[in-house]
Design a binder for this molecule. Structure first.
Ligand SMILES: [Zn+2]
Length: 423
């Protein structure tokens, strides 16, 4: 792993927890505008097993299934319900809340306290056992009100009480809100040599990481943030000046190259990722060194891999249409290794990820409905033996159901949550 390499010569960043410090400015996140209206019915033909959630008392046989709680829609909140379900299933956040780590970093007097504590309460209720939470579905009114208030303070124009909004924006605001609240100052020491261009750049990326997060470090950064390198290179033969900069992110937005017209094969998820790292050629760019106006090459690569990768497919075009390519993701691993900023330092790290949940957007740019899918364990009893199987579950507001096999390549997959595989 790049960030904890044990080599004596490559640059190393060590992060140490230290005393808490005050708030900093929120990180800049790009936001995008999409309008939504009425829900779309789930595809009934594909449903294998439906969990009727509301208004039915829990029975002892529900004990293994009780955490599959739905969230009641309280007025165009399917975008928020899907975001909540995806984040509560993501192990980085699930463990942070269920282990109680979040309580060590809460500050009653700091911005975002209600967001953090109301979300923690909701995560606990969704995962609660039958004795502590005797409900099949939860109405997230308290959290939804807190979230909308926070989003407006945060500067969102799109998130308004009672109106549909973009699940990707909701996730970014929620992650950043939790991060900003629990952030603390830490020591970050960088050491190692800078004798080769790759090592020098690696050191630069670590210095950039430290300058972003030394004063504001959190479990969210530790689990969910990656970093991208952008290199701008003058192509004038007598100059070739190149400069780099580094940006942290919690969500990677990737284009969909193809698969939108009948007969055209859909790209793989790996190809979508590759498209996000394609070299750009920009004309009429003035070089900062030779001052000549000419062609510039801009390359993008990854300088730090996150533990939990959140990908957002760019399904909505600037012209207002939706790209409906069916991109398969079940049983397919993707790797970020082909896009590493310094191949010479890469060692054996293949940076493989697997999709563990998704958020789907059904409908068009002008109206739609969100649902979430998660891969979860089912315990079955076969001939007296307990057998664990993995199944995909759809969380659609208050209901939850399993799908028959092969339903993963839908034209509606919008946000994907991936976990990094152990080395
Ligand atoms: Zn130049």
């Amino acid at each position: 792993m790049m960030n904890t390499t044990s080599s004596n010569t490559d640059p190393v960043l060590q992060e140490f927890a230290n005393s808490p410090k005050g708030d900093g400015p929120p990180l800049p996140f790009a936001t995008r505008s999409v309008q939504f209206s009425e829900p779309v019915a789930p595809p009934q033909a594909q449903i294998e097993h439906y969990f009727q959630r509301q208004n039915t008392p829990l029975k002892p046989e529900d004990a293994n299934e009780v955490h599959r709680r739905g969230l009641n829609n309280i007025g165009n909140t399917c975008y928020l319900n899907s975001a909540i379900q995806a984040l509560r299933y993501s192990t980085g956040l699930k463990n942070f809340f269920l282990d109680g780590a979040w309580e060590q970093h809460q500050h009653y007097d700091r911005k975002g306290y209600a967001l953090l504590s109301d979300f923690a309460d909701l995560v606990h209720r969704l995962w609660g056992d039958m004795d502590t939470v005797p409900e099949r579905t939860i109405t997230p009114s308290t959290f939804a009100n807190t979230f909308v208030r926070f989003a407006q303070e945060y500067g969102s124009d799109e998130i308004v009480a009672g109106a549909q909004a973009d699940a990707a924006e909701a996730i970014q605001i929620l992650l950043d809100g939790i991060h900003t609240h629990v952030a603390r100052e830490v020591q970050m020491n960088i050491h190692g040599d800078t004798s080769t261009p790759d090592r020098a750049e690696y050191t630069k990326s670590l210095e950039s990481w430290a300058s972003f997060f030394r004063k504001e470090y959190s479990e969210i950064v530790n689990q969910y943030y990656g970093q991208t390198q952008t290199r701008i290179q003058c192509v004038a033969p007598d100059c070739c000046h190149s400069s780099t900069n580094y940006e942290p992110w919690a969500m990677l937005k990737v284009p969909i190259p193809g698969g939108n017209t009948p007969g055209e094969p859909a790209p793989t998820l790996q190809k979508c990722i590759a498209a996000a790292f394609e070299t750009e050629i920009v004309e009429d760019y003035t070089c900062s060194k030779c001052k000549k106006k000419g062609t510039t090459r801009i390359t993008h690569s990854i300088s730090r891999f996150p533990r939990h990768l959140i990908l957002c497919l760019k399904r909505f075009t600037n012209e207002g249409s939706k790209i409906r390519a069916r991109i398969p993701y079940n049983e397919h691993h993707v790797s970020l290794a082909p896009h590493i900023a310094w191949p010479s330092l890469q060692e054996e790290d293949d940076a493989k990820y697997r999709v563990v949940s998704t958020i789907e957007h059904h409908g068009s740019t002008h109206g739609g409905h969100y649902a979430m899918r998660a891969r979860d364990t089912v315990v079955k009893e076969i001939e007296g033996k307990k057998v664990e199987e993995k199944h995909w579950f759809v969380y659609d507001d208050s209901s939850c159901y399993t799908l028959s096999a092969g339903g993963d390549a839908t034209p509606d997959t919008y946000i994907l949550f991936l976990d990094r595989l152990e080395q």
